[in-house]
Write a protein that binds this ligand. Structure first.
Ligand code: ADP
Ligand code: MG
Ligand code: ZN
Length: 484
């Protein structure tokens, strides 16, 4: 493989289907709720009864436009729906309504950050609207078809063949998902089929510009599998080329159990689909002023927000990246910083304890419908007690866990459990004097140069105070007294 890798380089382009977060389907009023019993969210329109007429869902158009604008595309004032014909049991009309030669949007880009920290722009060829098909389940008693998915609103986002490795494909998908989640265009839930990816890959001789024959791996339902499927396919194609043979243009299915891609069918060419304009739908005309309104309301992108976090809060790039992973997490962080003005301290607590607790409880950090796993104000109260020296860092962790369980305030919990640190210099001074008096040999050794004994003295004071002395203060007072 090593030698092959030197000779050939992968060329990868991804087609991503994303379900738009509308309450009803794209051409009828049926619900889009996931998990409903089979064939309960259907009607004559999405079942393709003869004579039933589609009506375009304006909400789906708005979400699609938002995604396309955020991806830097030109959204066209006029786009056209087309029928894409193929036969499959889960497609009752015998065609899918999609967009073909006049898509909603073209010519965008998504910037991804590579592992070495550099940025790479991946071209977006097009974004178009289409409807989903049903779902076939093959069981021992035959094949069953659930038409609930028929007519769910989708956008297909097609990338340029700009991705140069399976890892870049993974990073592109992660960035795309994050962007779409921020836009609230889709929940991007891969388990529920809201985000699906077809991966196209070919090899070309290094340094050559002409692309080789590609294959398309379908049905890859996790980003890790996309990475694995591409790596597998690159290896398979390399062996074919090494033998002097030609790669066949075909569609493959990824089998995650076996870790291999298997031929599904030879690839249709577009003329096999007999595309023609959908006669039952008007061309989609968008008012430029309406589009500009949508552009004006686009939320800050995750990348822009991370950059702002670095600059405005003086956070390391790493922190800014973690804190902007999701929009709810970033919102939560900003609310906490508004309540406790030490961004790095808040960041440390969010990235450490708060995210850990949220993961354990299986609930993402968020402000709504109610603040989870705790409210920013509750964390702020806790951090203020710690900053004032009232409680130690380890006591603060203990209190945080209790706040999450009981929803009570930090001050109350600290008082009730007697967790206040002793920060009173006179009280600590008396304890320290007692320790010094009790250990004359160690005192002499310390004064004779055994500086390491400071830990022993601190430990003794902590013991006498039941662990509640402020350790920084103990350290300073001890040194003063031992030296003096
Ligand atoms: P098809 O007609 O087979 O669907 P498209 O031209 O529509 O092919 O491209 C589909 C996807 O495949 C796009 O993401 C595109 O970037 C990618 N692609 C096209 N040609 C190649 C190639 N030779 N190698 C790898 N990817 C490619
Ligand atoms: Mg295509
Ligand atoms: Zn319907």
């Amino acid at each position: 493989m090593g030698a092959t890798h030197d000779r050939y380089e992968p060329v990868i382009g991804l087609e991503v289907h994303v379900q738009l977060s509308t309450a009803s389907k794209i051409f009828c009023g049926c619900a889009t709720r996931y998990g409903a019993p089979p064939n309960t969210q259907v009607c004559p329109i999405c079942l393709g009864y003869p004579g039933a007429l589609p009506t375009l869902n304006a909400g789906a158009v708005e979400l699609a436009a938002r995604a396309a604008l955020a991806l830097g595309c030109d959204v066209h004032p006029r786009s056209v729906f087309a029928r894409k014909h193929y036969f499959y049991p889960d497609l009752p009309k015998g065609y899918q309504i999609s967009q073909y030669d006049r898509p909603l949007a073209t010519g965008g880009a998504l910037v991804i950050r590579l592992d070495d920290g550099s940025a790479k722009s991946i071209g977006i060829t097009r974004v178009h609207l289409e409807e989903d098909a049903g779902k076939s389940t093959h069981g021992p008693d035959g094949t069953r078809v659930d038409f609930n998915r028929c007519g769910l609103p989708l956008i297909e986002i097609v990338s340029e063949p700009d991705l140069a490795s399976p890892r870049e494909a993974y990073l592109y998908l992660s960035a795309l998902k994050r962007t779409l989640e921020y836009l609230e265009v889709s929940d991007c839930n891969m388990e529920e089929g809201s985000l699906r990816c077809d991966a196209n890959v070919s090899l070309r001789r290094r340094g050559e510009s002409r692309m080789g024959t590609k294959t398309e791996v379908k049905n890859v339902n996790s980003f890790r599998y996309v990475e694995a499927a591409l790596a597998f396919e690159i290896g398979r194609q390399a062996e074919i080329l090494e033998r002097g043979q030609a790669v066949v243009h075909e569609t493959l299915l990824w089998d995650s159990g076996r870790g291999e891609a298997r031929a599904m069918r030879s690839k249709e060419l577009s003329h096999d689909y007999r595309y023609f304009p959908e006669p039952d739908l008007e061309p989609l005309d968008l008012d430029p002023a309406w589009l500009e309104g949508i552009r004006g309301e686009l939320p800050e992108s995750p990348a822009a927000r991370a950059a702002r976090f670095e600059a405005a809060y003086s956070l390391p790039e790493y922190d800014a990246g973690v804190l902007t992973t999701t929009r709810p997490l970033a919102d939560w962080f900003e609310a906490a910083v508004a309540a406790f003005d030490d961004p790095k301290e808040v960041s440390n607590w969010v990235m450490g304890e708060v995210l850990r607790i949220a993961n354990e409880r299986g609930e993402p950090v968020a402000l709504s419908p109610e603040p989870r796993p705790i409210s920013p104000a509750a964390l702020a109260e806790l951090l203020a007690l710690k900053a004032a020296g009232t409680i130690s860092g380890s006591a603060a962790k203990e209190v945080l866990a209790v706040i999450v369980e009981t929803r009570r305030g930090a001050g109350e919990i600290v008082r009730e459990r007697g967790l206040e640190q002793v920060s009173d210099e006179d009280a600590l001074g008396a304890e320290i004097d007692a320790v010094i008096a009790a250990h004359p040999d160690e005192v002499a050794a310390f004064r004779g140069g055994k500086q390491g004994l400071i830990g022993f003295f601190v430990g003794q004071v902590m013991k006498r105070t039941g662990g509640q002395a402020n350790p920084q203060l103990v350290n300073r007072l001890l040194r003063e007294k031992l030296v003096g």
